[in-house]
Design a protein around this ligand. Structure first.
Ligand code: NAP
Ligand code: GFB
Length: 315
């Protein structure tokens, strides 16, 4: 009997990078993972299909940038805690032995000694700009550790830094910085209007390419079996100003750049220590940010009218 892996959030930035017949994906239109009955019927359906469900990669989530997180705290808490709790519990009830669940480096405490390491996840309050999302995600880590102890299941969590790449959500108000800036730079270039950047540009971030996240997650699903989460990071910080300069150069934008200090800077930095994943995969080659941005921008310009967050522009 063939083996299959269920990928929740299979249309998303990360989920879309798991490609091939080994992967099963369902849209939220078919199964709303906030709904316990939907999740149970999804796993029941998988149980009767002519293959063995060999594992679950749970990427589905209510996701957004600093703007979306601050505006929709209630939804970011409820949607994520319901989806995670439902998927982890229903997988257990339907005898799934192997599961990976996604957290994020924004779940770490805002005021803790840097760099961030897996052991520091619960050592204080997260940054206020995304605390609702962060606490909901932290509870998945607690649930998974509890299920490992009581049921002996090989369930684990990965903690990626800021992710970017093709198939992202290019929503200008609620999306993350890279897709938002690519989209805004495109509109500014095409309409000869200024490009407005949020905040001061001084915050520091670590960006990892979605294709790299998928490859590392495949390895974690098959090979990692520890109580502790594992950070997925390049451990290379860049300033938002650096990212803006790369995007402007790659999109050949020659217009005016404005900085909107009324918009949030969010957390100043969240530097992570990737020595655990590097210990297991010492030769893993992360995609350089400039190369990943180049590929993402080319994909965006080719697929503009089809992207999530598409906005018709008046030329
Ligand atoms: P994304 O592009 O926004 O994709 C999220 C997916 O979740 C979508 O495909 C959506 O399905 C699905 N989903 C949302 N609500 C759902 C619901 N109620 N029922 C069923 N499916 C639902 O997210 P992403 O950026 O790939 O994030 C993947 C994982 O990585 C998430 O757990 C996120 O928290 C984590 N993460 C992301 C980042 C980042 O910078 N993006 C950084 C660190 C960690 P449909 O398309 O079918 O609606
Ligand atoms: O990607 P972003 O929204 O997420 O913002 P966070 C990163 C930085 O980019 C912030 C700046 O300092 C923003 O001020 N920035 C500049 C912009 N221009 C823009 C813009 O046009 N749009 C956006 N969005 N930012 C998120 C968490 O924090 O990180 C989420 O809120 C999640 O929960 C995600 O964890 C990975 O890195 O600040």
């Amino acid at each position: 009997m063939s083996k299959k892996i269920l990928v929740t959030g299979g249309n998303g930035l990360v989920g879309s990078q798991f490609e091939g017949n080994d992967y099963i994906k369902y849209s939220s239109k078919l199964f709303d993972l906030r709904n316990t009955n939907h999740v149970d019927s999804m796993f029941r359906k998988l149980q009767y299909d002519p293959f063995n469900l060999n594992g679950v990669i749970h990427t589905a989530a209510k996701v957004g940038g600093v703007g979306g997180n601050m505006k929709y705290k209630g939804e970011f808490f409820y949607d994520n805690i319901m989806m995670n709790t439902n998927v982890i519990e229903s997988a257990r009830k339907h005898n799934v032995k192997n599961l990976v669940c996604f957290l994020s480096t924004c779940v770490f405490p805002n005021d803790v000694e840097y760099p961030l390491t897996e052991k520091k996840i619960h050592l204080g309050a997260p940054h206020t700009s995304n605390d609702a999302y962060a606490y909901a995600k932290r509870m998945a880590e607690v649930q998974i550790r509890a299920y490992r102890e009581q049921y002996g299941l090989n369930y684990k969590t990965v903690i990626p830094t800021n992710i970017y790449g093709i198939n992202d959500n290019f929503d200008i108000e609620n999306g993350h910085v890279v897709p938002s800036l690519i989209h805004k730079c495109y509109i500014a270039r095409e309409t000869n209007t200024p490009l407005t950047i949020w905040g001061s540009g001084t915050p520091l971030r670590e960006f990892i390419y979605n294709k790299d996240v998928a490859k590392l997650t495949e390895w974690v699903l098959e090979n990692y079996d520890e109580n502790e989460p594992i950070i997925l990071s390049t451990s290379e910080e860049v300033s938002i100003k650096d990212v803006v300069e790369m995007i402007i150069e790659l999109m050949d934008f020659k217009g005016e750049v404005k900085w909107d200090s009324d918009k949030p800077d969010g957390q100043y930095r969240k530097p992570s220590d990737n020595s655990k994943i590097k210990h297991y995969l010492p030769n893993f080659e992360f995609t350089p940010l400039y190369d990943g941005l180049k590929e993402t921008i080319e994909w965006f310009e080719t697929n503009y009218v089809k992207v999530r967050g598409y906005k018709q522009i008046k030329l």
